[in-house]
Design a protein around this ligand. Sequence first.
Ligand SMILES: *Cc1c(COP(=O)(O)O)cnc(C)c1O
Length: 446
Amino acid sequence: MKDLGLPSKRAMVYQDIPDEKWNDWRWQLSHRLNTVEDFEKVFPLTESEKQALLSDHLFRVDITPYFASLINPEDPNDPVRRQVVPTAAEIVPFTGMMEDSLAEDMHSPVPGLVHRYPDRVLMLVTTQCASYCRYCTRGRIVGDPSATFSREEFEQQIAYLKATPQVRDVLLSGGDPLVLAPTLLEELLTRLRGIPHIEVIRIGSRVPVFMPMRVTEELTSMLRQFHPLWMNIHVNHPNEISAELAEACDKLSDAGIPLGNQSVLLRGVNDCVNIQRSLVQSLVRIRVRPYYLYQCDLVEGAGHFRTPIAKGIEIIEGLRGHTSGFAVPTYVVDAPGGGGKIPVMPNYMISASDHKVILRNYEGFITTYEEPIQYEPHDASQCNYCKERAIEPGQSGVLGLLEGEHMAIKPEGFDRVHFRGGAQHRLRENTNKWKPLGIGDTEDEK
Ligand SMILES: *Cc1c(COP(=O)(O)O)cnc(C)c1O
């Protein structure tokens, strides 16, 4: 691969550590920083950081020596430091804060499985990570060594997956699946691959970023047995893209694992159009495709990281058109209360009339698209995919409105509020007054 001239750093205190130790992920794990004394050997702490580290009620702190070495010791606002070193701001509650902001627990059929979407599940396989992000969305379970998932829970998860054939995509997360003991991870993947309807397995991991030395030949040759296997890593700032991360990503890509990146929009870390453009461009150079940019969740300890949603829209405005299309992530708000991910973006459609649509591009160029006057719609009755692979009626959502399956989606209690007796109301004469025409029906066939 092209030499990218990426930095490789090691903080002063680690200069004398022999390479074979530094490059051993077990050494990295067992030398993580978590106390005031540990940190003060690497960089001087601020009062706010000390106060946070000495507080009892803090989400777990642990940082690998490798990741701590990416921090500029002289800058208290360093973007890598702000992601992993706590400050007193974490202890401050804010309006809208919730413990389980995404209502994941409500969507758990068995412990550690989140089944939110029709065809895919999130499987929480461990509560441990290589280092802990201060804005962790799963701070309620992650980091607690006593809350590790048991074998019994794992068997329950497998049993649920076996019995649920609509699941074709399993996303391993946690915690971080790549901190599991290698034999345990291999067993887990083997068991999942043994379920015929599971087509795709995904791993969400920040290990390549926190501890790239974990990505060994041994690991990639184990992982490549389980294709199709996809992976999303988690990089928020260009300073995290080191020679070591590039090498780890190269090994994963060479093992045939497509890599994506999920980042979180964080105040004081990456809430800047130019940082984000540099980030996505650096990611595609190491063959990682930007996948999602998340709005920061309403989670305890993360209040000081939040930005207005408008900042995310501005960032997408600064990416789309200005750089390679495949480098532009989808900006999403993970709906508080459990609605799942909702994409948010600038408006590109300015106006419309019958068969004319007015669009604007990233430069502000405004154009007209003439739509066909005669459009012969897709004939569902002749289409095998429509016959065999249509979305189940109960789960069609807004698509169901378009397809005429139902006319409206109503908030809970809507009918109770609006039913006023209405004996004389014309809509009451015939409850079938509104009938879907059906896609493709023409007036005279009605
Ligand atoms: C994010 C997420 C997924 C995967 O969503 P994709 O849009 O397919 O990447 C699945 N389940 C849950 C609960 C999630 O939060």
